[in-house]
Design a protein around this ligand. Structure first.
Ligand code: ZN
Length: 160
């Protein structure tokens, strides 16, 4: 069976950057499971998996623009120490959320100084070209309920 619209696909992947750095991997975990054609994956990665069958491997290369977009320098901001809760220990990599009129935004702490911190609101993979090595484990028909919900069932319990 080929991966395509309305199929549930289980796939192991390794994600590397341009310099070969490992960014993410399903190794040692359950394979990534998604419902094809329902916005469960990066569109470019889904296109790369289209038509693949269990046992097949492929390399899918995505430009940053087709992945998480360019890194937006305007989303990098400096925040004073008194803008954070007093008991919060600021460390690089920590995720903090900030509420504004436009909703809640998540920032990553990238730099900490006496006076405060530099925060980056970009997706951690923004600005990076992504290289996926994929290995399709299984392709099956989705159930009518999965199609109705637009996501896969039976992997993790979830609320409806
Ligand atoms: Zn559901």
């Amino acid at each position: 069976m080929k991966a395509g619209h309305g199929k549930v696909v289980r796939v192991h992947y390794r994600l590397t950057g341009d310099d070969g750095t490992l960014l993410d991997s399903s190794e040692g975990q359950e394979p990534l499971t998604y419902l094809h054609g329902y916005d469960g994956l990066l569109p470019g990665l889904e296109r790369g998996l289209e038509g693949m069958e269990a046992g097949q491997r492929a390399r899918v290369d995505l430009l940053a623009a087709d992945a998480y977009g360019p890194h937006d320098p305007e989303a990098v901001i400096r925040a004073a120490r008194d803008q954070f809760p007093e008991d919060l220990v600021l460390t690089p990599g920590l995720e903090v959320s900030a509420r504004s009129d436009e909703g809640t935004m998540t920032f990553r702490v990238v730099e900490v100084s006496e006076g405060g911190a530099v925060l980056d609101g970009n997706h951690p993979l923004a600005g990076q070209n992504l290289h996926f090595d994929v290995n399709v484990v299984e392709v099956r028909e989705a159930t009518a309920e999965e199609i109705a919900h637009g996501h896969v069932h039976g992997v993790h319990d979830h609320e409806h």
